[in-house]
Design a protein around this ligand. Structure first.
Ligand SMILES: [Zn+2]
Length: 458
Protein backbone atom coordinates (compact mmCIF):
# COMPACT_ATOMS: atom_id res chain seq x y z
CA UNK A 1 0.00 0.00 0.00
CA UNK A 2 1.42 3.38 -0.96
CA UNK A 3 1.29 6.21 1.57
CA UNK A 4 1.87 9.90 1.21
CA UNK A 5 5.03 11.24 2.81
CA UNK A 6 4.86 12.66 6.32
CA UNK A 7 7.27 15.21 7.71
CA UNK A 8 9.66 14.18 10.42
CA UNK A 9 8.11 16.65 12.82
CA UNK A 10 4.51 15.95 13.59
CA UNK A 11 4.91 12.26 13.10
CA UNK A 12 1.71 11.44 14.87
CA UNK A 13 -0.48 8.42 15.07
CA UNK A 14 -4.26 8.56 14.89
CA UNK A 15 -5.96 7.16 17.95
CA UNK A 16 -2.75 7.42 19.90
CA UNK A 17 -4.40 7.05 23.30
CA UNK A 18 -6.50 4.02 22.50
CA UNK A 19 -6.31 1.13 24.90
CA UNK A 20 -4.41 -1.90 23.68
CA UNK A 21 -6.71 -4.32 21.86
CA UNK A 22 -8.29 -6.91 24.12
CA UNK A 23 -6.65 -10.29 24.19
CA UNK A 24 -3.21 -9.00 23.23
CA UNK A 25 -0.27 -8.26 25.45
CA UNK A 26 2.08 -10.11 27.71
CA UNK A 27 -0.56 -12.35 29.21
CA UNK A 28 -2.23 -13.41 25.95
CA UNK A 29 -2.38 -17.17 25.47
CA UNK A 30 -0.45 -18.48 22.47
CA UNK A 31 -2.59 -19.79 19.64
CA UNK A 32 -2.44 -23.45 18.85
CA UNK A 33 0.68 -24.41 16.93
CA UNK A 34 2.83 -21.57 18.21
CA UNK A 35 5.94 -22.43 20.20
CA UNK A 36 5.45 -22.13 23.93
CA UNK A 37 7.84 -19.60 25.39
CA UNK A 38 8.10 -18.34 28.94
CA UNK A 39 6.98 -14.79 28.27
CA UNK A 40 5.51 -12.77 25.45
CA UNK A 41 6.81 -9.40 24.32
CA UNK A 42 4.39 -6.50 24.34
CA UNK A 43 6.04 -4.21 21.79
CA UNK A 44 8.37 -4.74 18.85
CA UNK A 45 11.42 -2.62 18.10
CA UNK A 46 13.56 -3.13 15.00
CA UNK A 47 16.81 -1.20 14.84
CA UNK A 48 18.64 -1.38 11.51
CA UNK A 49 22.26 -0.25 11.38
CA UNK A 50 23.38 0.74 7.91
CA UNK A 51 26.80 -0.13 6.49
CA UNK A 52 27.79 -1.53 9.89
CA UNK A 53 30.34 -4.34 9.76
CA UNK A 54 29.51 -7.11 12.23
CA UNK A 55 33.20 -7.46 13.06
CA UNK A 56 33.27 -3.94 14.51
CA UNK A 57 31.04 -4.98 17.41
CA UNK A 58 32.79 -6.14 20.58
CA UNK A 59 30.33 -9.02 20.84
CA UNK A 60 31.51 -10.19 17.40
CA UNK A 61 35.13 -10.07 18.49
CA UNK A 62 36.34 -6.51 17.96
CA UNK A 63 38.86 -5.61 20.69
CA UNK A 64 38.51 -1.83 20.44
CA UNK A 65 35.58 -1.29 22.79
CA UNK A 66 33.67 0.61 20.10
CA UNK A 67 30.19 -0.69 20.94
CA UNK A 68 29.39 -0.90 24.69
CA UNK A 69 25.64 -0.38 24.17
CA UNK A 70 25.33 -2.99 21.45
CA UNK A 71 27.48 -5.41 23.44
CA UNK A 72 25.17 -4.94 26.40
CA UNK A 73 22.16 -5.78 24.22
CA UNK A 74 23.98 -8.90 23.00
CA UNK A 75 24.76 -9.94 26.58
CA UNK A 76 21.13 -9.47 27.57
CA UNK A 77 19.83 -11.41 24.59
CA UNK A 78 20.67 -13.93 21.89
CA UNK A 79 23.23 -13.24 19.19
CA UNK A 80 23.45 -14.94 15.81
CA UNK A 81 27.13 -15.29 15.00
CA UNK A 82 26.59 -16.14 11.33
CA UNK A 83 23.83 -14.00 9.87
CA UNK A 84 24.21 -13.19 6.18
CA UNK A 85 22.87 -10.23 4.22
CA UNK A 86 20.94 -11.20 1.06
CA UNK A 87 22.37 -8.27 -0.93
CA UNK A 88 25.00 -5.69 0.06
CA UNK A 89 22.65 -2.84 -0.72
CA UNK A 90 20.33 -0.77 1.50
CA UNK A 91 16.89 -0.96 -0.12
CA UNK A 92 17.02 -4.66 -1.07
CA UNK A 93 18.36 -5.69 2.36
CA UNK A 94 15.65 -3.72 4.16
CA UNK A 95 12.93 -4.97 1.81
CA UNK A 96 14.00 -8.53 2.57
CA UNK A 97 14.01 -7.84 6.30
CA UNK A 98 10.48 -6.44 6.33
CA UNK A 99 8.84 -8.82 3.85
CA UNK A 100 10.45 -12.16 4.69
CA UNK A 101 11.30 -12.54 1.00
CA UNK A 102 14.68 -12.32 -0.67
CA UNK A 103 15.28 -9.25 -2.86
CA UNK A 104 14.77 -11.45 -5.91
CA UNK A 105 11.33 -12.51 -4.68
CA UNK A 106 10.12 -9.17 -3.37
CA UNK A 107 11.29 -7.36 -6.49
CA UNK A 108 13.62 -4.86 -4.82
CA UNK A 109 17.01 -5.71 -6.31
CA UNK A 110 18.44 -2.18 -6.44
CA UNK A 111 18.20 1.11 -4.55
CA UNK A 112 16.58 2.53 -7.67
CA UNK A 113 13.57 0.23 -7.63
CA UNK A 114 10.49 0.80 -5.50
CA UNK A 115 8.73 -1.89 -3.49
CA UNK A 116 5.51 -3.18 -5.07
CA UNK A 117 2.29 -2.20 -3.28
CA UNK A 118 1.32 -5.86 -3.19
CA UNK A 119 3.98 -6.74 -0.63
CA UNK A 120 2.77 -7.51 2.88
CA UNK A 121 5.26 -5.90 5.24
CA UNK A 122 5.95 -6.47 8.91
CA UNK A 123 4.38 -3.08 9.65
CA UNK A 124 1.19 -3.97 7.75
CA UNK A 125 1.00 -7.33 9.50
CA UNK A 126 1.51 -5.83 12.99
CA UNK A 127 -0.90 -2.95 12.25
CA UNK A 128 -3.57 -5.57 11.60
CA UNK A 129 -2.91 -6.89 15.11
CA UNK A 130 -3.60 -3.43 16.52
CA UNK A 131 -0.05 -2.16 16.89
CA UNK A 132 0.75 1.51 16.48
CA UNK A 133 3.44 1.55 13.79
CA UNK A 134 6.10 4.24 13.55
CA UNK A 135 9.37 4.51 11.64
CA UNK A 136 12.24 6.97 11.81
CA UNK A 137 15.00 6.61 9.28
CA UNK A 138 18.22 8.40 8.70
CA UNK A 139 19.58 9.89 5.44
CA UNK A 140 18.09 7.18 3.23
CA UNK A 141 14.48 7.95 2.28
CA UNK A 142 12.65 4.66 2.56
CA UNK A 143 9.36 6.43 1.79
CA UNK A 144 10.64 7.22 -1.71
CA UNK A 145 11.09 3.52 -2.39
CA UNK A 146 7.70 2.62 -0.92
CA UNK A 147 9.07 0.72 2.07
CA UNK A 148 6.89 2.60 4.56
CA UNK A 149 3.88 0.47 3.72
CA UNK A 150 1.96 -0.16 6.93
CA UNK A 151 3.47 2.63 9.05
CA UNK A 152 0.95 5.03 10.61
CA UNK A 153 3.70 7.60 10.87
CA UNK A 154 7.21 7.84 9.61
CA UNK A 155 9.94 10.40 9.27
CA UNK A 156 13.26 11.00 7.60
CA UNK A 157 16.15 12.62 9.46
CA UNK A 158 18.28 13.80 6.56
CA UNK A 159 21.25 14.72 8.73
CA UNK A 160 24.24 12.41 8.65
CA UNK A 161 24.53 12.67 12.43
CA UNK A 162 20.89 11.68 13.05
CA UNK A 163 20.56 14.55 15.51
CA UNK A 164 16.78 14.84 15.22
CA UNK A 165 16.05 11.16 15.41
CA UNK A 166 16.10 10.65 19.18
CA UNK A 167 14.13 13.83 20.04
CA UNK A 168 11.53 12.77 17.46
CA UNK A 169 11.48 9.25 18.90
CA UNK A 170 10.72 10.68 22.34
CA UNK A 171 7.78 12.66 20.95
CA UNK A 172 6.54 9.59 19.12
CA UNK A 173 6.72 7.41 22.22
CA UNK A 174 4.83 10.02 24.24
CA UNK A 175 2.15 10.33 21.55
CA UNK A 176 1.56 6.57 21.48
CA UNK A 177 1.53 5.87 25.22
CA UNK A 178 -0.78 3.00 26.07
CA UNK A 179 -0.66 1.44 22.61
CA UNK A 180 1.25 -1.66 21.62
CA UNK A 181 3.89 -0.34 19.28
CA UNK A 182 6.04 -1.50 16.43
CA UNK A 183 8.87 0.98 16.06
CA UNK A 184 11.53 0.85 13.34
CA UNK A 185 14.63 2.97 13.74
CA UNK A 186 17.40 3.21 11.15
CA UNK A 187 20.87 4.75 11.58
CA UNK A 188 22.99 5.61 8.53
CA UNK A 189 26.02 7.03 10.40
CA UNK A 190 28.69 4.46 9.32
CA UNK A 191 27.93 5.11 5.64
CA UNK A 192 30.57 7.34 4.08
CA UNK A 193 31.25 10.20 3.75
CA UNK A 194 31.32 10.32 7.52
CA UNK A 195 30.12 13.36 9.44
CA UNK A 196 31.58 13.04 12.92
CA UNK A 197 30.89 15.32 15.88
CA UNK A 198 34.08 16.66 17.55
CA UNK A 199 34.21 14.10 20.37
CA UNK A 200 34.26 11.25 17.83
CA UNK A 201 36.41 13.04 15.24
CA UNK A 202 39.00 13.37 18.02
CA UNK A 203 39.46 9.59 17.92
CA UNK A 204 40.98 9.86 14.45
CA UNK A 205 44.75 10.21 14.81
CA UNK A 206 45.88 9.23 11.29
CA UNK A 207 46.87 12.19 9.13
CA UNK A 208 46.60 12.56 5.38
CA UNK A 209 47.06 15.86 3.57
CA UNK A 210 46.84 14.76 -0.08
CA UNK A 211 44.19 15.54 -2.68
CA UNK A 212 41.88 12.56 -2.09
CA UNK A 213 38.68 13.30 -0.24
CA UNK A 214 36.18 11.05 1.46
CA UNK A 215 33.59 11.73 -1.19
CA UNK A 216 32.07 9.73 -3.98
CA UNK A 217 34.16 11.42 -6.66
CA UNK A 218 37.45 10.45 -5.00
CA UNK A 219 36.31 7.03 -3.87
CA UNK A 220 35.08 6.20 -7.37
CA UNK A 221 38.58 6.97 -8.73
CA UNK A 222 39.97 4.43 -6.26
CA UNK A 223 37.42 1.83 -7.32
CA UNK A 224 38.16 2.22 -11.02
CA UNK A 225 41.89 2.00 -10.36
CA UNK A 226 42.48 5.51 -11.71
CA UNK A 227 44.08 6.40 -8.36
CA UNK A 228 45.70 4.14 -5.77
CA UNK A 229 44.95 5.17 -2.19
CA UNK A 230 48.05 6.01 -0.16
CA UNK A 231 48.34 4.00 3.10
CA UNK A 232 47.76 7.19 5.12
CA UNK A 233 44.43 7.77 3.39
CA UNK A 234 43.37 4.15 3.94
CA UNK A 235 44.32 4.30 7.61
CA UNK A 236 42.47 7.58 8.13
CA UNK A 237 39.40 6.20 6.34
CA UNK A 238 39.37 3.12 8.58
CA UNK A 239 39.78 5.22 11.70
CA UNK A 240 36.94 7.50 10.62
CA UNK A 241 34.80 4.44 9.94
CA UNK A 242 35.52 3.08 13.42
CA UNK A 243 34.75 6.48 14.95
CA UNK A 244 31.41 6.41 13.07
CA UNK A 245 30.76 2.96 14.53
CA UNK A 246 31.38 4.30 18.05
CA UNK A 247 29.15 7.30 17.30
CA UNK A 248 26.40 4.98 16.08
CA UNK A 249 26.68 2.96 19.29
CA UNK A 250 26.28 6.15 21.31
CA UNK A 251 23.04 6.87 19.40
CA UNK A 252 21.90 3.33 20.20
CA UNK A 253 22.44 4.17 23.87
CA UNK A 254 20.28 7.29 23.48
CA UNK A 255 17.57 5.28 21.72
CA UNK A 256 17.58 2.78 24.56
CA UNK A 257 17.33 5.56 27.15
CA UNK A 258 14.33 7.03 25.29
CA UNK A 259 12.48 3.71 25.43
CA UNK A 260 13.50 3.13 29.06
CA UNK A 261 12.19 6.56 30.06
CA UNK A 262 8.80 5.46 28.67
CA UNK A 263 9.12 2.03 30.34
CA UNK A 264 8.89 0.57 26.87
CA UNK A 265 12.20 -1.27 26.63
CA UNK A 266 12.16 -4.37 28.78
CA UNK A 267 8.79 -5.66 27.61
CA UNK A 268 9.65 -5.14 23.94
CA UNK A 269 11.04 -7.67 21.51
CA UNK A 270 14.11 -5.97 20.09
CA UNK A 271 15.86 -6.96 16.88
CA UNK A 272 19.11 -5.22 16.02
CA UNK A 273 20.34 -6.07 12.54
CA UNK A 274 22.86 -4.61 10.13
CA UNK A 275 21.77 -4.31 6.50
CA UNK A 276 25.27 -5.00 5.11
CA UNK A 277 28.87 -4.19 5.92
CA UNK A 278 31.49 -2.13 4.12
CA UNK A 279 34.69 -2.84 2.24
CA UNK A 280 37.70 -1.30 3.94
CA UNK A 281 40.30 -2.72 1.58
CA UNK A 282 41.83 -2.20 -1.82
CA UNK A 283 39.94 -0.71 -4.72
CA UNK A 284 36.56 -1.16 -3.06
CA UNK A 285 37.50 0.87 0.04
CA UNK A 286 34.34 2.68 1.13
CA UNK A 287 32.01 0.63 -1.10
CA UNK A 288 29.63 -2.22 -0.40
CA UNK A 289 27.20 -2.66 -3.30
CA UNK A 290 29.78 -4.15 -5.72
CA UNK A 291 31.37 -6.36 -3.05
CA UNK A 292 30.25 -9.91 -2.26
CA UNK A 293 32.44 -11.16 0.56
CA UNK A 294 32.40 -11.37 4.34
CA UNK A 295 33.21 -7.66 4.63
CA UNK A 296 29.79 -6.81 3.23
CA UNK A 297 27.74 -9.97 3.78
CA UNK A 298 28.45 -10.83 7.42
CA UNK A 299 25.50 -9.28 9.22
CA UNK A 300 25.08 -8.73 12.93
CA UNK A 301 21.80 -9.98 14.39
CA UNK A 302 20.82 -9.52 18.03
CA UNK A 303 17.50 -10.42 19.66
CA UNK A 304 16.46 -9.26 23.13
CA UNK A 305 13.25 -9.23 25.13
CA UNK A 306 10.70 -11.39 26.93
CA UNK A 307 11.17 -15.03 25.99
CA UNK A 308 14.64 -14.44 24.53
CA UNK A 309 17.35 -16.07 26.69
CA UNK A 310 20.22 -13.85 27.77
CA UNK A 311 23.84 -14.45 26.89
CA UNK A 312 23.25 -17.00 24.14
CA UNK A 313 25.18 -17.23 20.90
CA UNK A 314 23.81 -19.23 17.97
CA UNK A 315 26.06 -20.60 15.25
CA UNK A 316 23.27 -21.50 12.84
CA UNK A 317 22.98 -19.54 9.62
CA UNK A 318 20.37 -16.78 9.81
CA UNK A 319 19.17 -14.21 7.27
CA UNK A 320 17.15 -11.01 7.66
CA UNK A 321 14.25 -12.70 5.86
CA UNK A 322 13.85 -14.74 9.05
CA UNK A 323 12.75 -11.65 11.01
CA UNK A 324 9.03 -11.60 10.14
CA UNK A 325 8.30 -15.24 11.03
CA UNK A 326 10.52 -15.00 14.12
CA UNK A 327 8.74 -11.89 15.41
CA UNK A 328 5.36 -13.53 14.91
CA UNK A 329 6.31 -16.75 16.67
CA UNK A 330 7.91 -14.93 19.60
CA UNK A 331 4.75 -12.81 19.90
CA UNK A 332 2.73 -16.02 20.08
CA UNK A 333 0.99 -15.29 16.80
CA UNK A 334 0.58 -17.71 13.88
CA UNK A 335 3.53 -17.51 11.52
CA UNK A 336 2.58 -15.96 8.17
CA UNK A 337 2.80 -18.38 5.28
CA UNK A 338 4.48 -18.01 1.91
CA UNK A 339 7.65 -16.53 3.33
CA UNK A 340 11.16 -17.39 2.27
CA UNK A 341 12.50 -16.71 5.77
CA UNK A 342 12.22 -19.26 8.57
CA UNK A 343 11.35 -18.60 12.18
CA UNK A 344 14.39 -18.56 14.44
CA UNK A 345 12.19 -18.79 17.55
CA UNK A 346 12.92 -22.45 18.27
CA UNK A 347 16.64 -21.83 17.89
CA UNK A 348 16.42 -18.77 20.13
CA UNK A 349 14.43 -20.45 22.88
CA UNK A 350 16.03 -23.91 22.78
CA UNK A 351 18.48 -24.77 25.56
CA UNK A 352 20.16 -27.32 23.35
CA UNK A 353 22.32 -25.58 20.75
CA UNK A 354 22.40 -28.67 18.52
CA UNK A 355 18.93 -29.94 19.26
CA UNK A 356 17.14 -28.01 16.53
CA UNK A 357 17.11 -29.36 13.00
CA UNK A 358 18.49 -26.42 11.09
CA UNK A 359 20.05 -27.08 7.75
CA UNK A 360 19.81 -24.39 5.17
CA UNK A 361 21.57 -22.54 2.44
CA UNK A 362 21.88 -18.77 2.54
CA UNK A 363 22.16 -16.94 -0.74
CA UNK A 364 23.34 -13.44 -1.52
CA UNK A 365 23.72 -11.65 -4.81
CA UNK A 366 24.86 -8.30 -6.12
CA UNK A 367 22.28 -5.58 -6.82
CA UNK A 368 20.72 -5.47 -10.24
CA UNK A 369 22.82 -3.53 -12.69
CA UNK A 370 21.19 -0.18 -12.91
CA UNK A 371 22.42 2.77 -14.91
CA UNK A 372 25.52 0.73 -15.56
CA UNK A 373 26.96 0.95 -12.07
CA UNK A 374 26.30 -1.38 -9.12
CA UNK A 375 27.47 -4.86 -9.96
CA UNK A 376 29.34 -3.50 -12.96
CA UNK A 377 31.88 -6.29 -12.76
CA UNK A 378 29.16 -8.73 -13.77
CA UNK A 379 26.49 -10.75 -12.05
CA UNK A 380 27.60 -12.61 -8.97
CA UNK A 381 26.09 -14.71 -6.22
CA UNK A 382 27.36 -16.25 -3.02
CA UNK A 383 25.80 -19.36 -1.55
CA UNK A 384 26.68 -20.46 1.95
CA UNK A 385 26.10 -23.62 3.91
CA UNK A 386 27.75 -24.06 7.27
CA UNK A 387 31.28 -22.72 7.03
CA UNK A 388 31.55 -22.88 3.23
CA UNK A 389 30.71 -20.11 0.78
CA UNK A 390 30.69 -20.71 -2.96
CA UNK A 391 31.20 -17.60 -5.05
CA UNK A 392 29.74 -17.66 -8.56
CA UNK A 393 30.81 -14.78 -10.78
CA UNK A 394 29.98 -13.99 -14.37
CA UNK A 395 32.97 -14.70 -16.58
CA UNK A 396 35.18 -15.91 -13.75
CA UNK A 397 35.95 -19.23 -12.09
CA UNK A 398 33.85 -20.24 -9.14
CA UNK A 399 35.63 -20.07 -5.80
CA UNK A 400 35.00 -21.86 -2.52
CA UNK A 401 36.03 -20.43 0.83
CA UNK A 402 35.88 -21.59 4.41
CA UNK A 403 34.79 -18.30 5.95
CA UNK A 404 35.26 -19.50 9.52
CA UNK A 405 38.91 -20.50 9.06
CA UNK A 406 39.56 -17.89 6.35
CA UNK A 407 37.23 -14.92 6.88
CA UNK A 408 39.24 -12.76 4.48
CA UNK A 409 38.56 -15.36 1.80
CA UNK A 410 42.13 -15.45 0.55
CA UNK A 411 42.33 -19.17 -0.27
CA UNK A 412 40.17 -20.87 -2.91
CA UNK A 413 39.60 -24.45 -1.75
CA UNK A 414 37.18 -25.50 -4.52
CA UNK A 415 39.63 -28.11 -5.86
CA UNK A 416 39.87 -29.73 -2.42
CA UNK A 417 36.11 -30.04 -1.93
CA UNK A 418 34.42 -30.95 -5.23
CA UNK A 419 31.50 -32.54 -3.37
CA UNK A 420 30.80 -29.30 -1.48
CA UNK A 421 31.01 -27.30 -4.70
CA UNK A 422 28.57 -29.64 -6.45
CA UNK A 423 26.11 -29.55 -3.54
CA UNK A 424 26.18 -25.76 -3.31
CA UNK A 425 25.82 -25.36 -7.08
CA UNK A 426 22.85 -27.71 -7.07
CA UNK A 427 21.24 -25.83 -4.19
CA UNK A 428 21.77 -22.53 -5.99
CA UNK A 429 20.25 -23.83 -9.21
CA UNK A 430 17.30 -25.19 -7.26
CA UNK A 431 16.78 -21.80 -5.62
CA UNK A 432 16.91 -20.02 -8.97
CA UNK A 433 14.33 -22.45 -10.34
CA UNK A 434 12.10 -22.18 -7.27
CA UNK A 435 12.12 -18.40 -7.20
CA UNK A 436 11.30 -16.05 -9.94
CA UNK A 437 12.25 -12.46 -10.28
CA UNK A 438 9.15 -10.62 -9.12
CA UNK A 439 7.91 -7.52 -10.90
CA UNK A 440 8.97 -4.39 -9.08
CA UNK A 441 6.78 -1.51 -8.06
CA UNK A 442 8.62 0.77 -10.44
CA UNK A 443 11.62 3.04 -10.63
CA UNK A 444 12.30 5.77 -8.07
CA UNK A 445 11.48 9.38 -8.90
CA UNK A 446 14.15 11.60 -10.49
CA UNK A 447 14.39 13.45 -7.13
CA UNK A 448 15.11 10.22 -5.26
CA UNK A 449 17.59 9.18 -7.94
CA UNK A 450 19.38 12.49 -7.38
CA UNK A 451 19.30 11.93 -3.61
CA UNK A 452 20.77 8.47 -4.04
CA UNK A 453 23.59 9.85 -6.16
CA UNK A 454 24.31 12.37 -3.43
CA UNK A 455 24.54 9.48 -0.96
CA UNK A 456 27.06 7.82 -3.23
CA UNK A 457 24.79 5.35 -5.03
CA UNK A 458 25.08 5.33 -8.78
ZN1 LIG B 1 22.70 0.10 3.59
Amino acid sequence: MRRSAALLLGLGVAGACDDPPAGRGAAAAPPEGAAVVAARPRDVIVLTLDTFRADRMGCYGHPGGLTPHLDRIAAEGTRFAHAMAPMPCTAPAHAALFTGLSPRLCGVTSNFLTAPDTLDTLAERLARLGFATGALFNAFDFAAINLVQGFDGFGLDKGRRAERLVPELKRYLQSTRGRRRFTWLHLFIPHGPHDLPPEFAARVTARYDGPLQEDFFSMEKLRTGEVVAPPEFVERYRQRYDAAIAFTDARVGEIRAAFEAERAWDDALLLVVTDHGESLEGRTLGFHAPVLNQETLHAAMLWRGPGVPAGRVKDQLAQPMDAVPTVFELLGEPIPGELEGRSLAELITSDDPDGVDWTRHAIASLPTRFEGKSGEDGEAAAIRSGRFVLLLREGRDRALHDVVADPRQTTDIAADHPDVVRALEAAFEEWVRATREAPTGGVVSPEMAAQLRKLGYQ
